[in-house]
Design a protein around this ligand. Structure first.
Ligand SMILES: [Cu+2]
Length: 402
């Protein structure tokens, strides 16, 4: 959608207000989501519940024979962690660590804690969304079985990619199909094997919590009798044409962030957001607006355009992570192809169309994208870290497409 319909920080809807946007939906079927995007407040608002799935359905999944019976063999799995007080109040920003990314100790799927879902003993499709503010999940089944990734952020892959683990950072989606045909009467648990990846994602123990160092049970699958409509996974899913990048302009981005240890004296900068909760110790932290994370040594500024792209142009964006923790980078207004990770081909499940990509510590990720929608200076697109407390504390930039 064009910048004016993108719901960015320049298009706030005031309390009690209304905004009507219109755009032409022109993209393949995909598992998407939506949430508000005010400068410095996205984390607080998404955490408070203002977010949801948006499914684009073009019928191709049916034609391919993929599982597509909603709630039967096609199940949404929105994973979010929360911190909840004894009286049921949501807690946000109650410790200094939360400025590094708000993580909770309660795990919700579709808003439900310790959930289960009844599924038929056949191929079942799970539409995974990491809707958490900051936590990264390393999805796996408790028996270690393989599953097939059939779609990434912006639609179907060229062909299914078999794996036993799938790492999804905040903002990333994936559709997976798991074969339960031999499992009637059994129970299976979708987990995050977080401990396996904690060292790869974090430069110091201060950047992870106890849950990041363990295995988290997220969703129990209770396998019952097969349903009427059987389905499977075809060998070929979609046509993915690689963008021609030989003549593409290259833009380089470096990702930086402060270390928790250097922050213990207190945030360095003026708090532009209002506190929404106070911690038990009487600590009161703003929801955002502190300059802690940067891109190209710059913090987000509403009145500064950082990049100017050409409508119809193809570009390579090269992201280099110089920070001490992994950062998932989201670009508005496009879906992109991941060209390489440190010069090597990305894993198979990252070879489709994506809009959020995790960049590990010390890693360089190259993306190819074509700009097909317009965004002017009044309503520019954003690019930012999708750890929402990083986005809200400086790690965002703005670009036009003209
Ligand atoms: Cu980040």
């Amino acid at each position: 959608m064009p910048g004016g319909a993108d719901g960015g920080p320049h298009s706030p809807i005031q309390a009690g207000g209304t905004q009507r946007v219109g755009f032409t939906l022109d993209q393949p079927g995909a598992t998407l989501w939506f949430h508000p995007h005010p400068d410095t407040r996205t984390g607080a608002q998404a955490y408070s519940g203002l977010a949801g799935l948006l499914l684009v359905d073009d019928g191709v999944d049916r034609r391919l024979g993929l599982p597509h019976t909603w709630g039967v063999d096609d199940i949404p799995v929105i994973v979010q962690d929360r911190r909840i007080a004894a009286d049921g109040t949501l807690l946000y920003m109650t410790s200094m660590h939360d400025l590094m990314g708000m993580k909770g100790d309660r795990f919700l799927v579709n808003g439900c804690e310790q959930p289960y879902v009844a599924v038929p003993a056949q191929h079942v499709r799970l539409r995974l969304l990491n809707g958490s503010n900051a936590r990264i999940y390393n999805f796996a089944f408790d028996d270690g079985r393989a599953f097939q990734v059939v779609a990434s952020d912006a639609g179907l892959l060229a062909r299914p990619a078999a794996t036993r683990r799938l790492l999804l950072a905040p903002g990333e989606r994936a559709e997976i199909v798991v074969d339960l045909s031999g499992d009637q009467g059994r129970q299976l648990v979708l987990q995050s094997r977080s401990a396996e990846v904690v060292d790869a994602l974090n430069g110091s123990p201060m950047d992870s919590d106890a849950w990041d160092q363990s295995t988290i049970d997220l969703l129990q699958l209770r396998v019952g009798a097969p349903s009427g409509a059987q389905s499977g996974v075809p060998a070929k899913l979609a046509e993915i044409d690689p963008l021609a990048v030989a003549a593409a302009r290259v833009r380089r981005f470096t990702l930086q962030g402060v270390r928790m240890g250097s922050m213990m004296g207190g945030p360095r900068n003026v708090d532009r957001g209002a506190p929404i909760h106070s911690g038990p110790g009487g600590m009161s932290l703003g929801v955002g607006g502190q300059n802690l994370f940067s891109i190209n040594d710059q913090f987000m500024q509403m009145n500064r355009i950082d990049q100017r792209a050409r409508l119809g142009g193809v570009e390579i964006w090269e992201l280099r992570n110089e920070a001490h923790m992994a950062h998932p980078i989201h670009v508005h207004g496009v879906s992109y192809q991941v060209l390489s990770r440190d010069g090597a081909s990305p894993p198979e499940w990252e070879r489709g169309h994506k809009d959020t990509v995790l960049v590990h510590r010390g890693e360089t990720v190259r993306l190819a994208m074509r700009f097909t929608q317009r965004a002017d200076e009044a309503h520019p697109y954003m690019y930012h870290c999708h750890i929402l407390e990083h986005e809200g504390n400086g790690m965002m930039g703005q670009f036009t497409v003209l």
